[in-house]
Ligand binder design. Structure first.
Ligand code: NOJ
Ligand code: MG
Length: 566
């Protein structure tokens, strides 16, 4: 296992009104995603906001988080809850003001937290001034979006080709005003920008500078693979998976994703970020095949998100499957780059809903104990489950465009309900009993305050993991993975002088007895640092012999060497 620490030079930044000494650029840390509508509401309107985030930054510090990434906070009509942006350089009033943002940057930096913003370059809102002017053909905006007159077949006008939106339906929408179709790779309220136009590229560079001047520490780039489309506008080949031309899986997206120009634009953004003195991170949101994903490492990203714990880890994965998930990222990423592990996000079902316990706990453990960057979506540190949302309460555009019969499997609302802080009104999220999405009914049992007092809770587990993760010794530890039984997967993080940690999971329905001496450097006895199930068999802080470890069915266990300095 290669060493995963690399450092850049840290220089005192001269940022508007802020004097903080940014940490050196790190390659092993804990990244926390805040979905601002759902983290903490400070003003009682039932929607989370920036002041709310400031009020609850201590939770991040206590959870040993090093960087937070905010889903979009810009002006937005909220057709896609902030990913449809009508002004890239202002804060939506729902979330607060630019002054609130300035205060948030300061408050985060005071706590040594890096602040990452969501950069959404692929599209704007249809309410953006650029689109409104483009619609009227007003230069220079007329060429800011991808317009096409379509084709005429048997006297009827049709969209230019068979491209489908990644969220649903055709990717083309007709507008009488322009007598043309515009392209939208996402919902129709999110028209795609035309990146062949240098004015558009310049505008987006200015957007980056605007936020960099306000002291941010990097960007998560949204929907990166969709930025450029092939200009020939040819039909895409059919996938053969469905006959429905409106189905998102209808075509193979060879002309609308992963274009070479999309990679080429990344170094131009990297260059701008690197003009700033404090270290700047770039994370890429991309669901693509391995080679298209890994390529972003070569074009200036710190990393493309590794979604394998979401897309490949299932309720039936065997130990060998898990070993493959863990090993394949290393095998495919370029030498000396930063691995990362994403356990969940706002577009995916909740971890616990996806995998059940203890597989969910195992995924959290993989995210935080494997080398590199561990990514936590807000709420997953307390094991939030999904709340049933009625058709009437559904607000996600994906759910709303589905039918009453099918929306439940498509809507992203259930994973976006407000954070459960305590057992008071609206789970301590808001003073308002009506919140933008309903509070999960289980909040009296599952909330941060209650979980802090319970040694078997998800949060107690998370806390243990995050305490290990923050150890400087663990950051230098190597990685060894092993399959010990059909459903028993284990990995070791070994250091030379500061002890080692062994993470063992039994996903099977039966107890399994394993011999840990298959790990070359393991001592004869270990300490039980944590065990999720049946603590009579593996009581915490008990010393056990490694040759015959009894793992209860469905368990997650952390063992440490007696000399461990973490
Ligand atoms: C990816 C975001 O994560 C998702 O929430 C959004 O709907 C699409 N990009 C469109 O911006
Ligand atoms: Mg509010």
């Amino acid at each position: 296992m290669r060493a995963v620490i690399a450092f850049c030079v840290a220089i005192l930044p001269l940022v508007i009104g802020i004097t903080w000494n940014p940490p050196e650029k790190a390659t092993d840390f804990s990244l926390y995603q805040i979905y601002p509508r759902s983290y903490k509401d400070s003003d009682g309107d039932g929607v989370g906001d920036l002041r709310g985030i400031i009020q609850r930054l201590d939770h991040l510090t206590e959870s040993n988080v090093n960087a937070l990434w905010l889903s979009p906070i810009y002006r937005s009509p909220m057709a896609d809850f902030g990913y449809d942006i009508s002004n890239f350089t202002d804060i939506d009033p729902t979330f607060g003001t630019l002054k609130d943002f300035e205060d948030l940057v300061k408050a985060a930096h005071d706590r040594n937290l890096s602040l990452i913003l969501d950069f959404v370059p692929n599209h704007t809102s249809d309410k953006h001034e650029w689109f409104q002017k483009s619609l009227q053909g007003i230069p220079p905006y007329d060429n800011y979006y991808v317009w096409h007159p379509g084709r005429v077949e048997n006297g009827t006008r049709k969209p230019p080709n068979n491209w489908v939106s990644a969220l649903s339906g055709p990717a083309w929408e007709w507008r009488d005003e322009r007598q043309a179709y515009y392209l939208h790779q996402f919902i129709k309220e999110e028209p795609d920008l035309n990146y062949y136009n240098p004015d558009v590229r310049r505008e987006m560079e200015d957007v980056l500078r605007f936020w960099l001047d306000r002291g941010i520490d990097g960007i998560r780039i949204d929907s990166m693979k969709y930025i450029y489309e092939d200009e020939r506008f040819l039909d895409e080949p059919l996938s053969g998976l469905t006959d429905d031309p409106n189905n998102i899986d209808y075509t193979l997206r060879i002309y609308t994703t992963d274009q070479q120009q999309t990679y080429d634009i990344l170094p131009t953004w990297r260059k701008i970020l690197d003009e700033y003195e404090q270290p700047q991170y770039i994370f890429i949101e991309v669901y693509a095949n391995t080679s298209s994903t890994m390529k972003y490492y070569h074009y200036g990203a710190d990393f493309p998100f590794n979604f394998d714990l979401i897309t490949n880890l299932t309720r039936t994965s065997t130990a060998a499957d898990i070993q493959h998930i863990v090993d394949s990222w290393y095998e495919n990423m370029p030498e000396d780059s930063t691995p990362n592990w994403v356990a969940g996000n706002h577009d995916q079902p909740r971890l616990v809903a996806r995998l059940g316990d203890p597989r969910a706990r195992a995924a959290t453990m993989f995210a935080l104990l494997l080398p590199g960057v561990g990514v936590t979506f807000n709420g997953e540190e307390i094991g939030m489950t999904e709340q049933y949302i009625s058709w009437e309460d559904t607000v996600d555009p994906l759910g709303c465009t589905a039918s009453k019969a099918t929306y439940q499997s498509i809507s992203r609302d259930p994973a976006r309900t407000p954070f459960q802080w305590d057992d008071s009104v609206s789970a301590g999220f808001s003073t308002n009993s009506h919140t933008w999405l309903p509070i999960n009914k289980n909040y009296k049992t599952y909330n941060l305050a209650t979980e802090k007092k319970d040694k078997n809770s998800y949060y107690t587990f998370y806390e243990k993991l995050s305490n290990l993760k923050k150890s400087p010794y663990l950051k230098e530890a190597n990685l060894v993975t092993k399959v010990l039984d059909k459903y028993v997967f284990a990995f070791a993080r070994e250091t030379e002088d500061h002890g080692s940690v062994y993470a063992v999971t039994n996903f099977g329905d039966k107890a399994s007895i394993v011999d840990l001496s298959v790990f070359d450097n393991i001592p004869r006895i270990l300490n039980v640092h944590y065990a999720s199930a049946d603590s009579k068999v593996l009581p915490w802080n008990k010393i056990i012999q490694i040759r015959r470890v009894i793992l209860p069915a469905r368990s997650v266990v952390i063992l440490t060497t007696l000399d461990a300095k973490f």
